[in-house]
Design a protein around this ligand. Structure first.
Ligand SMILES: Nc1ncnc2c1ncn2[C@@H]1O[C@H](COP(=O)(O)OP(=O)(O)OP(=O)(O)O)[C@@H](O)[C@H]1O
Ligand SMILES: [Mg+2]
Length: 343
């Protein structure tokens, strides 16, 4: 039987939703849309802001004419601790009973206040060590998201951190690329992650995102924010536009992100010396920055691609052209809608 799931990605700037019907033969996109996140409500904890967020989600799914109400939603990376830990080799059963204890030293919150999830990503018999991806989300955040989704009239069935959904989406888009350096450029931050054999093995958040770029352009060139946003979207890293002034303003931020990418790539080489990362995949709204692929390829000397999460989905040809320009923005939402549910 086909599974019908709405992937819901509540970002600081916009809420993205996609509905996918999956069965063993194909994943079909039924609807996609986005709407601006009400100002302030993202970071707020007040019930009236939760209601405003729920009303906005409700408006979005109403406009999308979504039929089902089962939702797979993301938790913002900023609220979730996602890290790879190393522990002595042990059986799954042993790990299951000791993970709380192992996790304690990495989580700055009382264990009673977090929900822990984990997956073994590598076992090294020689060194008698194993790598485990640990994901810990505050129970209060989980409860808040469940409440907002229920308030919007939908049925929350799964919650996971954004970056895991991104990995699922790029696995769908690039099935032949097992090892990828993933760069998710959102409004508030950029996640740089390593994917090995289609599994997340490292992730780190950097406080540079689309909002940083817009503010810098406004300050540097004396524009109002909306005007700076337009310039960013139209010219980006293209050095031939406006005498390269926009590109010049953005370059230092990318330089700092590239340093992080290089550190991350070096970590990969150290951990997995016999393997290679041949591609950088960018996603999120910031991936739409004009000239990004050229800049990435030139500065990093490695093949760079922008994720199109719709590429391997079956999509009505009448709606595809309208969606394609915004494709990278939907990465997380598509990954969420493709989630396998434990039944
Ligand atoms: N064409 C474009 N060129 C450059 N930047 C763009 C373009 N379109 C959107 N953006 C930027 O993308 C950012 C929004 O991206 P996205 O929707 O992924 O963020 P978000 O999910 O709301 O934020 P976060 O993930 O940080 O919570 C904004 O800063 C916006 O200016
Ligand atoms: Mg986002």
């Amino acid at each position: 039987m086909a599974k019908l799931l709405l992937g819901l990605d509540i970002g600081i700037q916009s809420i993205k939703a996609v509905q996918i019907s999956s069965n063993k033969d194909a994943n079909s996109l039924l609807a996609a849309g986005y709407i601006a996140t009400p100002t302030k409500s993202f970071l707020s904890m007040s019930p009236s802001d939760d209601q405003a967020l729920a009303d906005t989600i409700n408006r979005l799914v109403h406009d999308m004419k979504v039929a089902t109400a089962d939702v797979s939603a993301s938790l913002p990376s900023s609220k979730v601790i996602t890290r790879v830990i190393e522990v002595p080799n042990m059986t799954d059963k042993e790990l299951d009973s000791s993970i709380q204890w192992e996790a304690e030293q990495y989580i700055p919150l009382p264990l009673a206040k977090v929900k822990i999830d984990y997956v073994v990503i590598d076992r090294n018999e020689e060194k008698n060590k194993m790598k485990v991806l640990l994901v810990a989300a505050p129970i209060s955040t989980i409860e808040r998201y469940m409440r907002i989704i229920s308030l919007s009239g939908l049925n929350p069935v799964a919650l996971e951190t954004e970056i895991l959904a991104d990995v699922r989406s790029i696995t769908q888009s690039f099935p032949d690329l097992p090892n990828v350096l993933l760069m998710t450029i959102g409004a508030s931050s950029t996640e740089i992650a390593l994917v090995r054999d289609h599994i997340l093995v490292f992730t780190k958040s950097h406080p540079i995102g689309g909002t940083t770029f817009t503010r810098a352009i406004a300050e540097e060139l004396g524009f109002e924010l909306p005007q700076a946003e337009e310039y960013k979207k139209n010219y980006g890293l293209d050095e031939d536009k406006l005498e390269g002034k926009i590109a010049k303003t953005l370059t230092p931020f990318f330089k700092s992100l590239f340093e992080e990418i290089e550190k991350t790539a070096a970590y990969f080489k150290e951990q997995f010396p016999h393997e290679e990362i041949k591609t950088v995949v960018a996603c999120g709204g910031g991936a739409k920055l004009p000239g990004l692929v050229l800049h990435l390829t030139r500065e990093l000397g490695i093949d760079s691609q922008i994720n199109n999460p719709f590429i391997n989905l079956s999509v009505d040809p009448n709606i595809l052209p309208a969606l394609t320009p915004d494709a990278p923005i939907y990465t997380t939402a598509v990954g969420l809608a493709l989630k396998e549910l434990e039944t």
